[in-house]
Design a protein around this ligand. Structure first.
Ligand code: BGC
Length: 747
């Protein structure tokens, strides 16, 4: 943006002087949002109330207005979070059918998280920024980063992890990658949007300690460590107040405590008032002007919303506008959105995300022994870039598992044959009036498909079953009813294993599923996620041994759903009011809906989310947090841990003692055995992805900031470091920590 001419023009019209906010002490780099404070003061001083309010609500479905008179461009928003969404009509969800808006489909959130790599997250953000730029977009509506609290959560596949440190590190990487490359992020959904059922009105009742230690830290990290420019207020309520008018979350914590200087936008249709939202910290109402249009002008004129509040919102918007240059008209939408450098990033992420859970000798595929492979399963050929409700990408291309294998095995003499094996009826079919008749039809089809699959399995040397969920099963707007594999896959797998015990299973999922049956009848088992445009290539490279698998689970796979914390305590699912439905559906009957729909979500497990629960309560999961095998072996030795004034320095030796170059994610957990405070058995405090050639060793060093060892003291209402003994563990997963060192922490 050219500021100089603008500044001169505006010098004349100055009036009110506005106080610029101080930069937070905790931010190390100068905050680019604060680079134009004086200029912004001048601009605001020359604006009418109407002009100001015009900026504080949607202009179109995915934009908010700039200041035309001053040549200040609109802000263009782009969903996010795993690829730039196709262009739609300005005020509807109807695609425009453009020829150039096909984007790269990046691996979804849980896949990115399985890389355990801030560097990969940085590349991911950089890739998203490059494509946002080509499409003329300023702010990416991502990363989506709520804590994966329940295994059934509809948006688990979009979110990152059940652990706040891992989620935070990845959100920081994504944010820096996008913002260093000229685009803004919008962290979503702030806060505690950890369930989709009743998301439009549910009230999260969560202890202050759990809020501070589990649900807020990823947002806090991306604000403090990466200067995120945008935050999206979640649909739900926290402690009785909607997130979009939650003074405590938005004003006190986000802005005053963490020093956030960017914009808070509502989730789409998530604004519920004018005065309370205006005073409560919301800057922009999306995607309409129901509360922040004329009603806001009237509220200012009536003296119930001070002009200073409006000015601050305009300031926040202009800060973002000045920090992100608008895309020139001769660049925007002139070439295809998806470009090779971003496709390469999608591959790099996907190839590090695949998690090997079990391998009894079948992998990597031995081309000497295997001549025929039966690839069975609907997910072998299904594209995952779109489907269900919400986030989706019109992908330029998406390599399916079958296509990936076909390409990788070209010229090897291995024959590949495919059978669909099962079909998952689409949502529309499931909800149709004649559902019973359709269910019968689906059952008959599945019987036929299973028969064909078993026959194919019998003929093959090796079976690769590619199943799991799909994008209709895992979807925004509703949680899954259970974690069972859809369409009778358990029964099918049993039959296939009986026909041919040489069975490799690939689970294409974004969230935990019940793997007990699969696990017991398959020799090798992998999780390959909703893995983006290059997912099929990455999977084939792992299966054929071109690369070693190196992904680690970013969440626990419980043995059964009832073992997971909220289910075990009986606080999820909650009783749903009749006819509640999803937030979009209810926009029509909104007033009635808001008055009548009430439900509390009791976060009774407190800080014991994910592995914190399983390790403390000694409930054995099927596969634990942080778990993932390799084709090589890694050895951990020589742990040293030294507490200093600001950090605990941890070092150990990691050796690749196997036969293949590979990457490993080393993990450090801390326990406080004699603590006077209730604590999880272990907590992740550091991790590092390391590439080692076969036979190579490396000293791994990690610095754990002392402030990451604090707990939230409910009585004092603040952070506290408990002095006393601590145990530092290092290893390859939360349940495999061979190294141990005892230290004493001083206050
Ligand atoms: C989702 C957001 C999304 C927005 C715009 C909402 O329903 O919760 O994550 O960015 O729609 O598509």
């Amino acid at each position: 943006m050219k500021h100089s001419i603008l500044t001169l023009t505006l010098m004349a019209g100055m009036g009110i002087t506005l106080t610029a906010c101080q930069q937070p002490a905790s931010t190390e780099k100068p905050n680019p949002l604060l680079a134009h404070e004086d200029e912004i003061t001048e601009i605001i001083s020359g604006m009418s109330l109407e002009e100001k309010v015009n900026m504080l609500h949607a202009k179109h479905m995915f934009s908010s207005a700039g200041i035309e008179r001053l040549n200040i461009a609109d802000i263009e928003y782009a969903d996010g979070p795993f690829g730039i969404r196709e262009e739609m009509e300005p005020d509807s969800w109807m695609p425009l059918g453009w020829a150039t808006d096909s984007a790269t489909f990046f691996p979804t959130g849980s896949a990115l998280a399985a890389t355990w790599s801030e560097d990969m997250a940085y590349q991911y953000g950089k890739g998203m920024a490059a494509e946002a730029y080509l499409r003329g977009k300023d702010m990416i509506l991502g990363p989506a980063m709520n804590i994966q609290r329940i295994p059934t959560g509809g948006r688990t596949y979009e979110y990152l992890s059940e652990d706040p440190l891992l989620s935070g590190a990845l959100a920081v990487g994504y944010t820096l990658g996008a913002q260093d490359n000229g685009r803004a992020v919008c962290l979503k959904h702030y806060a505690v949007n950890s369930q989709e059922n009743m998301r439009g009105f549910v009230n999260a009742v969560v202890s202050e300690r759990a809020l501070r230690e589990i649900y807020l830290p990823p947002f806090e990290a991306a604000v403090k460590e990466a200067n995120a420019y945008g935050v999206m207020a979640a649909y739900n309520k926290v402690a009785g107040d909607w997130c979009s008018e939650n003074d405590r979350l938005l004003n006190k914590i986000l802005r005053d405590e963490w020093g956030f200087r960017g914009i808070v936008i509502s989730d789409w249709g998530g604004t519920h008032s004018t005065v309370k939202a205006a005073l409560g910290g919301l800057d922009v109402e999306m995607p309409n002007d129901r509360y922040f249009g004329q009603a806001l002008i009237d509220s200012v004129n009536a003296g119930v919303v001070p002009m200073t509040v409006i000015d601050q919102k305009v300031r926040n918007l202009l800060r973002v506008r000045f920090a992100v240059d608008p895309v020139p008209a001769d660049v925007a939408n002139k070439q295809m959105t998806s470009q090779p450098p971003q496709q390469k990033i999608a591959y790099e992420v996907a190839s590090r995300s695949i998690v090997l859970l079990k391998n009894e000798g079948l992998l990597p595929i031995d081309a000497q022994k295997v001549k025929t492979i039966a690839v069975i399963g609907d997910n072998a050929t299904r594209r995952m870039s779109q489907g269900g409700v919400g986030a989706g990408v019109k992908a330029l291309y998406e390599i399916t598992p079958l296509q990936g294998l076909q390409k990788a095995l070209e010229g090897t003499g291995i024959t590949l044959k495919h059978a669909q094996g099962y079909m998952v009826p689409s949502r529309m079919r499931r909800n149709a009036k004649n559902a019973a008749a359709q269910a019968k039809e689906v059952k008959a089809t599945n019987k036929k498909l299973a028969k064909e699959a078993v026959a194919l399995a019998k003929e093959a040397d090796l079976v690769i079953f590619v199943g799991g969920d799909n994008r209709e099963v895992e979807t925004e707007g509703s949680d899954r009813k259970n974690i069972d594999l859809p369409a009778g896959q358990d029964e099918l797998i049993k039959a296939i294993a009986q026909a041919n015990p040489n069975l490799v299973t690939v689970m294409v999922v974004g969230a935990p599923v019940d793997l007990r049956t699969v696990n017991s009848c398959t020799k090798s088992l992998l999780i390959s996620w909703f893995n983006g445009s290059e997912g099929g290539h990455a999977l084939a490279d792992v299966l054929t041994g071109k690369i070693s698998p190196s992904g680690k689970l970013p969440f626990t796979f419980p043995a059964k759903l009832e073992d997971s914390p909220a289910y075990s305590l009986g606080v999820y699912p909650q009783k749903e009011p009749a006819k509640s439905g999803d937030v979009f559906v209810n926009l029509v009957n909104r007033d009635k809906f808001e008055a009548e729909m009430k439900a509390d979500a009791d976060y009774a497990e407190g800080i014991f989310v994910g592995y914190r629960w399983y390790t403390t309560k000694q409930v054995k999961p099927l596969y634990p947090f942080g778990y993932g095998l390799s084709y090589t072996q890694f050895q951990y030795s020589d742990l040293q841990a030294k507490p200093g004034k600001d950090v605990v320095e941890v070092s150990f030796t990691l050796s690749n003692t196997g036969n293949m170059d590979a990457e490993e994610v080393a993990q450090v957990y801390i326990a406080r055995p004699q603590s006077a405070i209730e604590r999880p058995a272990i907590e992740l405090k550091g991790f590092k992805r390391i590439a080692l050639k076969k036979g190579e060793s490396q000293t791994v060093t990690l610095s754990i900031p002392m402030e990451k060892l604090r707990h939230w003291d409910e009585a004092q209402g603040g952070w506290a470091l408990e002095a006393g003994p601590a145990v530092v563990y290092a290893g390859c997963s939360s349940d495999n920590l061979p190294l141990k060192a005892e230290i004493t922490l001083a206050r």
